[in-house]
Design a protein around this ligand. Structure first.
Ligand code: FAD
Ligand code: DLZ
Ligand code: SF4
Length: 522
């Protein structure tokens, strides 16, 4: 029992709501209110999260609770192994209301639909006022995004991003974009120069609190995917600030140049490693953008790097969040390409002769991280061309990455990577043969497959899948103007060759383990 006066508010803070300015804590009354934070099995296992994701969440929650306590806030903190833990967020709300008397409950809206629904049901039956507040830690509110989307035939990130630039004033030169262009991506597609390696990255050393969380996860979640040994995620505002500052000063200047490049055994390249901290609330997205802009204004980083970085946060991150809430729950059922195959086992084990896939899975297992192009053009591209069912693909991405929350994972996976949304997020599928991976990485040199080979057992599986993917999906993709060129090429092959390419891709799908799922799972 806490020492607060009766009649205050019970305020819930979730594991990804660890921000100082959280809406649900705004009018907190130190004398009467209690903040509830609960480590629960329901959240840790609704997908079998990577061990580092759970350790990161528990460590950051514990540190945040201490931070609140230091400010004089009364915190009801429920550890994962507390004997009376009901192991669900709703259960812990009810338990707190049974143990103490409160006048109301204050909740900041959650990032995922399943919890939003659970909170709505709780509010309807709790028997006391439940105030569910909008999460204001995004640059674009729900209402603003709906207003933007209302008159659009198609939602395109690029146009949304321009409006966000104008509204925030980020990288603006009066009414015009800084440098005369909105987008400098054309300069951001450099292949890694031979011999150039990414700079050594100092990661965050686990604090005593983090070490405790790591030990708990090792003990309680031994069967979950992933390793704990190389845990290096920031778990507090201070740690996140230090990591961000290091990135902005040392790494950001080259971020643009090598944004799409991949190299064997190099997980970080020149990426920001800021998604976990932003998604959990340790860093504020607008502040990160403004600080990146300041580096540019100070002449310490070029425009292509800073614009590219800001676009990811101000553009993509806000856009996918808008799409998720605009289209959910239908979005989570979309399967435009009628993909019906199982996810090959090597997505988990990494045991494959495909050097690119083996490296991405190995990095993912070790760090609960892979950068954008690895997620999009290696695992995503492969899952799409194999025709893996979107539920299985979603489950994999939600499980393996430390920054995964459905609002950001799903539009990236179902939309950008696998085109299961039929074109809501992107205008065409990012299908690519091995030539793309060869151009952007050093993977192919060390691979047993031949990236130049077009067919046969020795040929790169991405090549063996590519044309068959287009042929198989002709009725769904054939009239996409952005695919006019590859379909023209495919047509020029003639019927017999097209049938052979389709057969070869079918054989490759089965050989890689993308077998048809039982009908019931379609
Ligand atoms: P940087 O490359 O340094 O980018 C800076 C920041 O921009 C990121 O931290 C992130 O906040 C934002 N960002 C960049 N790209 C995107 C994007 N496409 N969507 C939203 N925000 C973006 N990101 C997640 O945060 N959670 C996910 O669950 C997630 N799942 C993904 C699944 C797929 C299939 C793909 C293709 C991308 C996914 N992303 C996801 C986006 C992106 O891969 C990660 O945000 C990025 O790799 C995080 O690493 P970083 O901080 O080093 O990013
Ligand atoms: C990701 C996560 C995990 C692993 N564990 C918890 C937890 O025990 N308690 C909690 O409050 N939050 C946790 N989270 C974050 C939630 O899953 C997240 O708030 C929802 O998915 C909504 O985005
Ligand atoms: Fe990947 Fe194909 Fe290159 Fe091998 S040859 S690394 S499978 S793209």
């Amino acid at each position: 029992m806490s020492q607060v006066e009766e009649g205050g508010a019970l305020r819930l803070v979730l594991g990804d709501q660890l921000s100082d300015g959280l809406a649900g804590l705004n009018d907190l009354d130190l004398a009467r209110d209690v903040v509830l934070m609960a480590e629960v099995q329901d959240e840790a296992t609704y997908v079998q999260h990577h061990k580092q994701k759970i350790a990161l969440t528990f460590a950051a929650m514990r540190a945040y609770a201490e931070r609140l306590t230091r400010r004089g806030v009364t915190v009801r903190y429920v550890r994962i192994d507390a004997p009376d833990n009901s192991q669900s967020i709703i259960g812990e709300l009810h338990r707190a209301l049974t143990d103490e008397t409160f006048a109301r409950v204050v909740i900041t809206e959650p990032g995922e639909l399943r919890l939003a629904q659970a909170f709505a049901a709780f509010a309807a039956t709790a028997g006391l006022p439940v105030d569910i507040r909008e999460d204001r830690r995004f640059i674009c509110s729900h209402a603003r995004f709906r207003r933007w989307a209302a008159d659009k035939r198609q939602l395109r990130m690029e146009y949304f991003y321009r409006e966000m630039r104008r509204e925030t004033g980020l990288l603006m030169d009066g009414a015009d974009p800084e440098g005369g262009r909105w987008n400098f991506d054309a300069e951001n597609r450099k292949k890694l120069t031979k011999g150039l390696r990414p700079p050594h990255r100092l990661r965050t050393a686990p604090s005593a609190i983090t070490q405790g969380a790591i030990a708990d996860v090792a003990r309680l979640f031994p069967d979950h995917f992933g390793d704990l040994d190389d845990f290096g995620w920031p778990t507090t505002v201070e740690e996140a600030e230090t990591a961000l500052e290091t990135f902005l000063t040392r790494i950001l200047p080259a971020f643009g140049d090598w944004q799409d490049a991949m190299a064997h055994g190099e997980p970080w390249m020149w990426h920001g490693l800021v998604s976990t901290a932003i998604n959990m609330g340790l860093l504020d997205p607008l502040d990160v953008c403004r600080r990146a802009e300041a580096v540019y204004r100070a002449g310490a980083a070029p425009l292509n790097a800073v614009e590219g970085f800001i676009r990811q946060i101000l553009g993509w991150r806000e856009f996918v969040r808008g799409v998720y809430w605009l289209k959910t729950p239908e979005y989570g059922r979309m399967n435009f390409l009628e993909a019906d195959r199982a996810l090959p086992w090597f997505f988990w084990s990494g045991e494959t002769d495909m050097a690119c896939v083996a490296d991405v899975v190995s990095i993912t297992r070790a760090h609960a991280y892979a950068h954008h192009i690895q997620r999009l053009m290696v695992t995503g591209n492969l899952a799409m061309m194999l025709g893996v069912h979107p539920d299985a693909v979603d489950d994999w991405y939600m499980t393996v990455y430390a920054d995964a929350y459905e609002w950001v994972e799903m539009p990236n996976t179902r939309g950008m990577a696998t085109f299961a949304d039929g074109g809501i997020v992107g205008s065409k599928p990012y299908a690519a043969s091995g030539a793309y991976i060869q151009r952007m990485s050093d993977y192919c040199g060390g691979c047993r497959y031949d990236v130049k080979g077009k067919s046969g057992d020795a040929a790169c599986p991405f090549n063996r899948l590519y044309w068959g993917f287009l042929e198989r999906n002709r009725s769904r993709l054939g009239d996409n103007p952005r695919l006019a060129m590859p379909y023209r090429t495919l047509d020029s092959f003639g019927e017999t060759r097209r049938a052979a390419l389709l057969a070869e891709s079918e054989e490759t799908r089965l050989a890689l383990g993308a077998i048809p799922l039982p009908q019931a799972q379609h």
